[in-house]
Each structure stands twice: as structure tokens, then as C-alpha cells.
Ligand binder design. Structure first.
Ligand code: KMH
Ligand code: ZN
Length: 274
């Protein structure tokens, strides 16, 4: 392990633009964010988009424009969220693959999500997985809980490897309802990963961001950071641009003797379609 994949998740579906004006919600803001985050060390972008009223949407035309805009302006690996918002119907979430991203998120089970429920029943998980294989899109398995780790064993045993043959996971920690953002939980999850896993990253929501990043680096993992998961750099210090979180992650990774990898290295790591 010589370098670190830094994924930026700049927007998410949970925060309102009116509450967080620094959240990139237009295509112009997203592209500007992507360029600055790439310069700061990000190699992949995890994308949720918003409509003209800054509300989460899975509109296919906007998704396609977003993939095009990011490809034209950056070299980042483009990963579209198939999680969307907790209110998005399954058919809209499946349709995300029609926008032909390099990668997509694929959550391995249902999880309580604050006061809501993020629904990922097994038949949906398997249908989405088969679709990624058919469309040649590399999934990133989102693991919010230890049970999701073992659901990944079941999925790979039954349906085989993803497109490209690599298996990349992201531990999403500290969601109220999922596994906590602690070193102990991270180690338990990583120790339970299937042998077929070739790389993994971790992200800690809210104040678990730093402990999770440090634990991930020391356990040999990669990093996901961004305003989807974290809105403050420290108590009372709001993030004013996603690049600040990427810069901090890059500094930590460099300190750990594992500097950020380039988008081309990330393409090799994940074996996305060229
Ligand atoms: N917004 C959450 C309900 C993903 O992008 O795949 C789901 C989420 C996971 O963010
Ligand atoms: Zn997401």
C-alpha cells in the first residue's frame, strides 16, 4: 500500500442549501468544487445532484449533464450515488446507471438513518448489482453496519465479482442507526471483509470524521471526505469549501507516508471501464 485514494462526497442529499450555502448544488458549483478538490488530492467524486430549487433529484437528464460536465473539466473518477435521498423510489435509483458513470454506490442493506430509514432490501441490492455487471459500471459497496459486511459475502458468493474484477468498499460510519465511528468498529468491519475485497475506504460522519480517517490510514484503508458527511472542521468552525476537507485528508495521508493517488491510479485500483 503506497498511496491513498481520496474520494470527495461534496453534496449529499441531507443538508439544505438554505442552511449550508457553501454546499455545491448547481452544476457550475459542482464542477468548480471538483476542480479544486482534484487539485487538493481527490481522485474520485461521489455525486448527489440537486434540482433548480436545490432539492435532491435523480433526474436522468441532469445526471447525464453532470457526468459530462465532470468528465470535460476534471480527470476524476465519477461515481454516481444510487442511494439518492431516503425518499427516492427504487426504480429511479436503478435508472441512475443509464447516466453511464464510471462507478456507482451500492448499499448492502437497509439501515436506520437518523429519524428515517434508508431502504435497501435484498432483492433491490441484487437487482442493482446485476445491473452494474451488465452495464459495466464498477460498484462501490457502501457498508453502514457490520451486517452489511456479511451481506457482501453473500452477494459475491451468489453473483460473483463486479465488472472489472476488483472489489472496493466504503465503510460509512457514525450514521445514527449504523455502526459507530470508532476504531474498534472499523477494525471489526475490516476484519470481516471478504477475501475478494481489493480496496476499502472509510468515512466518518460528523465529529467521527477525524477518528475514522486516522483509524483507516493506520489500518491500510483509503479515505472519503466531504460535506455530504461533515459540515465542520472543528467545533464552531464550519467548512467553507469541500477542498478544505480534501486538503486535510491529503495532509493526513501524506503524514502517514501514503500520499494521495492520482485519478489514473484510482482507475487502475478500481479497474473502471476506459
Ligand atoms: N443519502 C443517503 C440516504 C449513497 O450515496 O449511496 C444515502 C447515501 C448513500 O448517501
Ligand atoms: Zn451518498
Amino acid at each position: 500500500m503506497t498511496s491513498t485514494l481520496i474520494t470527495v462526497a461534496p453534496t449529499g442529499a441531507e443538508s439544505a442549501k438554505s442552511d449550508v450555502p457553501a454546499l455545491p448544488t448547481t452544476l457550475e458549483e459542482l464542477v468548480e468544487t471538483a476542480k479544486r478538490c482534484e487539485a487538493a488530492g481527490a481522485a474520485m467524486i461521489h455525486v448527489h445532484i440537486r434540482d433548480a430549487d436545490h432539492r435532491p433529484t435523480l433526474d436522468l437528464g441532469l445526471l447525464r449533464d453532470t457526468v459530462t460536465g465532470l468528465r470535460e473539466n476534471t480527470a476524476l473518477v465519477v461515481q454516481l450515488s444510487t442511494g439518492g435521498a431516503v425518499t427516492d423510489p427504487f426504480d429511479h435509483r436503478l435508472r441512475v446507471l443509464d447516466a453511464a458513470p464510471d462507478s456507482c454506490s451500492l448499499t448492502m442493506g437497509t439501515v436506520n438513518f437518523g429519524d428515517d430509514v434508508f431502504m435497501n432490501p435484498w432483492p433491490f441490492v441484487t437487482e442493482l448489482y446485476r445491473l452494474t455487471q451488465e452495464r459495466e459500471v464498477v460498484p462501490e459497496f457502501e457498508l453502514f453496519d457490520l451486517g452489511h459486511v456479511f451481506a457482501l459475502h453473500r452477494l459475491l458468493d451468489k453473483f460473483g465479482l463486479p465488472y472489472g474484477g476488483k472489489v472496493h468498499c466504503d465503510l460509512v460510519m457514525g450514521v445514527p442507526g449504523g455502526m459507530p465511528g470508532t476504531t474498534d468498529a472499523l477494525v471489526a468491519a475490516v476484519n470481516g471483509l471478504p477475501d475478494a475485497v481489493t480496496s476499502w475506504s472509510a468515512t466518518g460522519v460528523g465529529r467521527t470524521t477525524l477518528p475514522v480517517a486516522l483509524a483507516a490510514l493506520s489500518k491500510g484503508g483509503h479515505l472519503r471526505v466531504g460535506m455530504e458527511d461533515t459540515l465542520t472542521l472543528a467545533k464552531g468552525k464550519p467548512v467553507t469549501h469541500n477542498a478544505e476537507l480534501v486538503e486535510r485528508a491529503a495532509a493526513l495521508a501524506t503524514l502517514a507516508q501514503r500520499p494521495p493517488m492520482s485519478p489514473d491510479e484510482a482507475r487502475d485500483l478500481l479497474n473502471v471501464k476506459r
